[in-house]
Design a protein around this ligand. Sequence first.
Ligand code: AMP
Ligand code: MG
Length: 331
Amino acid sequence: MSGKTLILGIESTAHTFGVAIIDENFTVLADERSTLDVPLGSGIHPQKAAEHHAQNACRLITSALKKANISPDKLSGIAYSAGPGLGPALRVGATTARALSLLFKKPIYAIHHAIGHIELAIKLTKSTDPLVVLVSGGHTAITAFSDGKWRIYGETLDITLGNLIDQFARELGLPFPGGPHVESLAKKSQNYIPLPYTVKGNNVMYSGLLTHVISLASKHKLEDLCYSLQETAFSMLVEAVERALVQLDKKEIVLTGGVASNSRLQEMLSQMAEIHGVKVLVSPKKYNPDNGVQIAIVGLYLHKHNLSVPVEKAIVKQRWRLDEVDIPWRM
Ligand code: AMP
Ligand code: MG
């Protein structure tokens, strides 16, 4: 085992505490996760997420090391999600990472969570120069790599697509996360109820749609509302993606983030892409939601470029745009 590069990645931006260990060949040696139980009618409470993460951190790290069959002194570096995300939840991951870094004298890498989603999806789909559509609880972004950074070519101007679905689900009494429940109910309907549709250039806005669809709750069947919400929200996104696609002339779209698991979204995006002779690649379902592997992979890239941070600067950034991050491994 000695001499091998081994990176431990810690994810803690929101509901999930994830710990993964990967090697320099991107082999996943361990991928441990625990997700906060959110009571019906509630959302992710930042303090509750932090408590969940603190209660599970030690167990998951121990279990990841055991599964990878390595001792901590064999690790080459510790990567943690530094943001964006919920402050209290992020701080548990950062504190855990700093403790491991100091205890075992390992370099520490501060990772942007969305860059993790993007880079892992590209690796898993073997894409080379894609337009990336990242749709999750924290992000709705249409992005492509250019001149050292992942540039934004379209995004939400208010709430994210994941948030839209989760908040709708919560108001209508569905469990968290709402996405899979809304998807399966939507499959039972083809009755479209007209809803507000707001696309501004390459950008989308979902808050008006959310308010309106909630106001219809007592007047329509739940499956009709789920169906109409999906059709409207996904059409808006697909329109914005199409505009960016034509502007950039990309040949591949990579779809990632928790909402990427939705089969109707995949279908709608693929139908649009086919018209342009473009392929849609979706990362394996297991890697769409938050996980430690997405953090470890970016950690590995930073490790190869010697871009660790001093441990006293290994802090969190609750707000951190993905187009602020330098991407030296793609230069
Ligand atoms: P992430 O923030 O990347 O962990 O993704 C979580 C988000 O993905 C939540 O908003 C979920 O509701 C959403 N999600 C998960 N599965 C689905 C699905 N099948 N359809 C739509 N959204 C989904
Ligand atoms: Mg995420």
